[in-house]
Design a protein around this ligand. Structure first.
Ligand code: MRU
Length: 346
């Protein structure tokens, strides 16, 4: 199944909290349940949460008991606010909600509006798969045969509706017959690399080695990495990129060692209304994500410690070689190339 799909009037999600131990599907019936699944990271990854939120809005439209269009619109806006607040950094969430709302705004008949909300959410999901395949083709062109690729977090089918972004590029290169090897960052604190990326690569038969996050610098300095590929949650107009915490450190060490560093994003992740990385809101997540890990049967930290848990960091554009999208690769100066890409003029 897809990571996120609509089936029998419910939003169905692969529950990413229990992978790889268990494959469990959640069937959600209300927009509040969808918002909770996004907040709790049952579904995660920028494009996947965008699609889930869009379907959440379709649920709101279906379930609304409003007698007239004005009431239905109020219910939709209320649901959109709840969904939008679930996670702040990934712009795909707000982008998908705005897209559904914009499409619904044109409908005056309540039943037509309900139908259109679902159709638009479905279009967002279907397009995501198409976009990732195109992005994969474009990105694979810069992957040399025999490359060792360093990858952070999870950007595969699980982070999108299907196929993946950075992992989609790796997958396309592999499908083209290129020999690739992936160094998989475990990605503390929630271990998206160890739990999800390793699981996906294993199923795809793509060779990989799991490494502790702390080991990445060693592999970069000793010439064992040809390319760093990551995803992103938001790209600012100047090319600064917000992605999973730890990405900034990788980019700096990659540049220091002359290793190309490419974020891979659908154009829906590019936010020209956010001028620079400093303007991107960084999500702070619960301290328990850092402390409530059990190691050899013991908790990893003493009780009551103070914890900081930013979920994302910003990589300034000067560390970025290029930004791979489904419409082409943006190179510096990014302010110009990103605008061209978004407007389809590259
Ligand atoms: O907190 P997460 O797991 O949602 O973070 C995901 C990432 O940082 C991904 O790299 C990003 O969303 C791009 S996914 C194609």
């Amino acid at each position: 199944m897809r990571t996120v799909e609509w089936s029998k009037d419910k939003v169905c999600l692969i529950d990413q909290r229990v992978l790889p131990a268990e494959f469990r599907v959640l069937r959600l019936e209300t927009p509040e349940e969808v918002a909770q699944a996004i907040r709790g990271m049952a579904v995660r990854g920028a494009p996947a949460i965008g699609a889930a939120a869009a379907f959440g809005l379709a649920l709101a439209a279906r379930r609304s008991r409003a007698a007239d269009r004005a009431g239905l619109w109020r219910d939709l806006e209320e649901a959109a606010a709840i969904l939008r607040a679930a996670r702040p950094t990934a712009v795909n969430l707000a982008w998908a909600l705005e897209r559904v709302l914009r499409r619904c705004a044109a409908e005056s008949d309540p039943d037509a509006l309900r139908a259109v909300a679902l159709a638009e959410a479905q279009a967002i999901a279907d397009e995501d798969v198409e976009v990732n395949r195109r992005l994969g083709e474009i990105g694979a062109a810069i992957v040399p045969d025999g490359a060792t690729i360093l990858h952070h977090c999870n950007t595969g089918a699980l982070a999108t509706v299907d196929y993946g972004t950075a992992l989609g590029v790796i997958r396309t290169a592999h499908e083209q017959g290129k020999r690739v090897h992936v160094l998989v960052d475990e990605t503390r604190p929630l271990l998206q690399g160890a739990r999800l990326t390793a699981w996906e690569l294993q199923q795809l038969g793509i060779p990989f080695t799991l490494i502790a996050d702390n080991a990445a610098g060693h592999f970069l300095r000793t010439g064992q990495v040809d390319l760093v590929l990551v995803g992103a949650d938001r790209v600012a107009a100047n090319g600064d990129v917000a992605n999973k915490i730890g990405t900034y450190k990788l980019a700096v060490v990659a540049k220091e060692n002359g290793v190309p560093f490419y974020p891979c994003v659908p154009t829906s992740t590019i936010d020209l209304s956010t001028p620079t990385g400093d303007d991107i809101p960084i999500e702070e997540r619960p301290p328990e994500e850092v402390t409530d890990l059990v190691f050899r049967g013991m908790p990893v930290a003493p009780p009551g410690v103070r914890v900081a848990n930013p979920a994302f960091d910003v990589t300034p554009h000067r560390y970025i070689t290029g930004i791979i999208t489904e419409k082409g690769i943006a190179y510096p100066p990014f302010r110009m190339s990103l605008r061209r890409i978004v407007e389809g003029r590259l």
